[in-house]
Design a protein. Sequence first.
Length: 223
Amino acid sequence: MLRERISPNISEFLRYLASHQEADDKLPSLNDLSKELNISVASLREQLEVARALGFVEVKPKTGTRRLEYSFAPAIRQSLGYALALNDEHFKKFAEMRNHLEAAYWHEAVQLLTDEDKTELKNILNKAWEKLNRANIQVPHEEHRKLHLMIFSRLDNPFVIGVLEAYWGAYEAVGLNMYAGSYEYLQEVWKYHQVMIESICNNQFEVGYEALVKHTDLLYHRP
């Protein structure tokens, strides 16, 4: 089996996690695991820290260690954070990949959305316009993030979801959530979002796809 061929290439602790797949279960103590896996407590601590950084486990002083549901996002955040520390131009390359992913999965994703999802998308859109139409304009960054992630939320692919989630963390890390350019730019962005949401609700998915592709190009022409 594929699992059996891959497992020798990961640590003893990760192999243990992969063979005990009940999420939220509390794991044995380090001393007990050390004996079961036949490795030193020091080595086990190192492997546990790697697993924690990758989001595979949660470690709390009073409750101990428990296994989490698999998510690809923590591993990407670690690597992407390092890439941005080296050169913030890496964000542009990552954003290009994310844009291609959204375009590639658009039709599959929007056809999976429920009526409740569509209602929530409309609510997000309305809240964004409310912020933009106030006397003291607010940048609807949280709505921007929620809208995009919700559109793709029904995809049964943790790797795609992980990339999309990590993108927004990087977006904030480089400060794009703090500066929005001109009011006209914000209006243009949200007009595209409105077309996207209306097309989803009216099952005009190709119209929404065209709006998605056009609006992702706006980031590169941001004032």
